[in-house]
Design a protein around this ligand. Structure first.
Ligand SMILES: *Cc1c(COP(=O)(O)O)cnc(C)c1O
Length: 367
């Protein structure tokens, strides 16, 4: 018996690189520098390099990256931002914290925004598109860029789940004005606490975000704007540098796990995730769909196999956004996904045996 199989195991990567991570943690602890020091600077340089961007600015979380992005682009009250309806609610909060209005677009069969429906949503008030590369798969950037150019819209990318994912060879986060990343522990590039960053090629944007993250000051005690305290700390930056060094091999491992699921899962009750040609996936989640989700969850639970739903309540139906006035039925595809998606166990360090048990269980699911 492999014991209980959890949907995610964050300890596995830690133990894989334990010596390096512990050495770095000690180094930072002993350095006497804990906020905005050399580790953050090095991480910013290395992550910019990794993504192929000119600038990276470390922040305290992915949500901060999102709301600060719209803030420095000057998008707020009276403005509309188009975002896919089937996303994690933080994407939408990045828009609404600034007073702007989210305009939802339905997903395609790849769980990303249906680009064929974008143009009909553009109004005089539309200022930007927020594309979310959901579950690790790049959205169809060619079509999105076309709409942005045609209507002079800003483009912000939510890459919280897509570190390293490419669209036709170019990395997500580098297509728009600003790419927003989260380093929450469960993300593909995860810290050991909260963390986030933006990447951009625009020097002015990078400078603005740098100012905002530190109470709106470029020079100590000279505050130009009402900013935030959103600084990536030295400990997380140091640990992220260790993780970043290994990210390519970790992504490759996820790809192999996903390939095995896709090859060995055979059950007509389950719809497997699909990848659009050109839209690479780093498999943040392996999301299947089934009409019999409740039964499947119970069945797997009895075999000590854990699962998660990403996400059971779409933002337009959540209590937080009741003020937007949406109701059930407004986004039928999004709602159908919310009712049928299920993320099966998928994590770095998952053993062949563990995955075999999950596959066997899923293939034997009848009723
Ligand atoms: C995790 C996540 C965020 C938020 O990141 P935090 O670091 O937790 O604030 C935003 N968008 C998406 C799609 C996410 O998965």
């Amino acid at each position: 018996m492999a014991g209980k199989i959890m949907p995610n195991r964050l300890d596995r990567v830690f133990y894989q690189y334990q010596q390096e991570l512990e050495a770095k943690a000690l180094e930072v602890l002993r350095s006497g520098r804990y906020v905005l020091g050399p580790e953050v600077e090095s991480f910013e340089r290395e992550f910019a390099n990794y993504t192929g961007s000119r600038y990276c600015v470390g922040l305290a979380s992915g949500l901060d990256a999102l709301w600060l992005a719209f803030r420095v682009l000057g998008i707020g009250s009276g403005d509309e931002v188009i975002v896919q309806a089937n996303t994690y609610i933080a994407s939408v909060m990045g828009i609404t914290i600034n007073g702007a209005t989210p305009v939802f677009v339905e997903p395609d069969i790849f769980f990303n925004m249906d680009t064929s429906r974008l143009e009909e949503l553009v109004t005089q008030r539309t200022k930007a598109i927020l594309v979310v590369h959901l579950y690790g798969q790049s959205a169809n950037m060619k079509e999105i860029l076309q709409v942005c150019r045609k209507y002079h819209l800003r483009l912000v990318e939510d890459c919280a789940q897509s570190h390293g994912a490419c669209f036709q060879g170019k990395m997500t986060g580098t297509f728009g004005d600003i790419g927003c990343f989260s380093f929450y522990p469960s993300k593909n590039l995860g810290a050991y606490g909260d963390g986030g960053a933006i990447v951009t090629d625009d020097e002015e944007i990078a400078g603005s975000i740098r100012m905002y993250r530190n109470y709106g000051s470029e020079r100590r005690y000279y505050n130009k704007v009402v900013g935030a305290n959103s600084r990536l700390d030295e400990l997380q930056a140091g640990l992220l540098r260790v993780r970043l060094k290994h990210l390519s091999e970790l992504t490759e491992e996820r790809r192999k796990l996903a390939d095995r699921y896709s090859q060995e899962l055979h059950n007509e009750r389950l719809l497997l995730p699909r990848v659009r040609p050109g839209c690479g996936s780093v498999w943040h989640q392996y999301v299947i769909r089934t009409e019999e989700r409740e039964k499947l969850i119970q069945y797997l639970d009895r075999q000590e196999i854990g699962t998660i739903i990403h996400y059971p309540i779409p933002p337009h139906l959540s209590e937080a956004y009741a003020y937007l006035g949406h109701k059930r039925g407004d986004y039928p595809l999004t709602e159908e996904y919310a009712d049928t998606v299920l993320s099966i166990p998928m994590y770095n360090g998952m053993t062949d045996e563990e995955q075999g048990i999950v596959i066997e269980a899923l293939n034997s699911f009848t009723e």
